[in-house]
Write a protein that binds this ligand. Structure first.
Ligand SMILES: Nc1nc2c(ncn2[C@@H]2O[C@H](COP(=O)(O)OP(=O)(O)O)[C@@H](O)[C@H]2O)c(=O)[nH]1
Ligand SMILES: [Mg+2]
Length: 367
């Protein structure tokens, strides 16, 4: 089943469920009847309930994507809907307009070119003439661009034993500290013992900001005064994590990309310190990118990739941009998996990235 169909089904199911829920409410059985039923169908019901619960969870998450991608959807998809409804025939003018819409959504020029080539080929091969029919192909092709025959690793690579260290890099203002707080909260809710390490000693107030977040989300913190060597803070943090059996250590850093050599040396030193204390760590180095910066974010990703080993991307501020197409551009142009997305400023506004839900959130109005 193509993604389009799958998403459509999910969407339709939601409609059906809503109707069913209403009827259920009206025809609520008596307590006696309910008891009887439970004893007879206990097992199947339990199974169904579990499945239902899972589907409900999925829908709930999909809703979060939907909401977070409102701006992108409103500009991008509404243009797409407009184009589709105003087009009678698929011709060069149609392709040109489609190309423009995709580029405006910041999907990235080379991604768009690649996509347009594939689309043209499919239109020819499958003899598609109706723009409505093409909508389905567009969604599927965008999905294919992202997935590209790879196993998508959006999960955090946790250490089998001992503390897992996650390093956060990225330029100033992209949302590193906020993301650390969000992830800390999420991990804490999952029952993990979390330590935040204030490795951004460059900027005044950065340490304080992380400390405040640690108090807000209820996890531990370690930091020193402004201007000290970040590697020494990291040393203290990771040592503490080992001694006191923390599950996860989240390390904040200063991202002064304007001085590439210095930043590279600084990250090298931090990595060495971590690896000396815990072989195999850091398990993850997440690059934080601000989605509202569009193509600039893509160049940042390319630069950081040259400086240090990045294992994944956190894309923040997707709620604040109409350029949500950047997710696809990152995959195509930087070849790194997006692991988390930021959809707001609160501790709850973080999602493990899921391409299917993302595409659903984007194309809902097209279904
Ligand atoms: N709307 C929105 N704002 C965000 C998001 N993530 C971070 N921010 C805001 O971006 C600003 C910079 O964040 P900060 O974590 O200090 O960035 P850092 O310099 O990389 O550590 C703050 O005002 C955050 O509240 C997000 O996902 N959505
Ligand atoms: Mg910061």
């Amino acid at each position: 089943m193509g993604l389009f169909q799958k998403i459509k089904n999910l969407f339709n199911k939601e409609e059906v469920e809503r109707i069913e829920e209403d009827t259920l409410y009206e025809e609520k059985p008596s307590l006696e009847e309910e008891k009887q039923e439970v004893s007879v169908e206990k097992k199947t019901e339990k199974k169904e309930k579990a499945k239902e619960k899972e589907e409900k969870e999925t829908l709930k998450e999909v809703k979060i994507y939907e909401k977070g991608l409102t701006k992108t959807r409103q500009s991008f998809v509404s243009k797409l809907v407009e184009l589709t409804s105003s087009t009678k025939k698929i011709d060069d003018a149609y392709f040109d307009q489609l190309e423009e819409i995709l580029i405006m959504a910041d999907i990235g020029v080379s991604t768009v070119m690649n996509f347009m080539d594939r689309l043209r080929t499919r239109v020819k091969q499958e003899k598609i003439e109706d723009p409505n029919e093409l909508k389905e192909v567009i969604v599927d092709e965008l999905f294919i661009i992202y997935v590209n025959d790879e196993v998508l690793v959006n999960k955090i690579n946790f250490a089998k034993e001992g503390p897992t260290v996650i390093l956060f890099v990225g330029v100033n203002g992209v949302g590193k500290t906020t993301t650390i707080a969000k992830i800390a909260w999420k991990l804490k809710e999952e029952g993990k013992k979390v330590l935040l390490v204030a490795g951004d000693t460059f900027r005044a107030g950065a340490t304080m900001q992380l400390k405040e977040w640690s108090e807000k989300v209820g996890v531990d913190f370690i930091g020193k005064e402004e201007g000290v060597d970040p590697a020494s803070v990291v040393f203290d943090g990771v040592t503490k994590a080992k001694e006191e059996a923390y599950d996860v250590v989240l390390v904040d850093t200063a991202g002064r990309l304007q001085n590439k050599v210095n930043l590279m040396k600084e990250l090298e030193k931090i990595n060495k310190v971590i690896n000396n204390l815990i072989p195999g760590a850091p398990q993850e180095t997440l690059l934080v990118i601000d989605a509202t910066t569009g193509q600039n974010g893509i160049s940042q990703a390319k630069s950081f990739k040259e400086i240090t080993d990045i294992t994944g991307i956190v894309l923040t501020k997707l709620d604040g941009t109409a350029k949500g197409g950047i997710v696809l551009a990152i995959k195509e142009e930087v070849a790194l998996p997006v692991k988390f997305i930021g959809l707001g400023e609160r501790k709850e506004d973080l999602q493990v990235f899921d391409i299917e839900k993302y595409i659903y959130g984007l194309f809902k109005d097209l279904m």
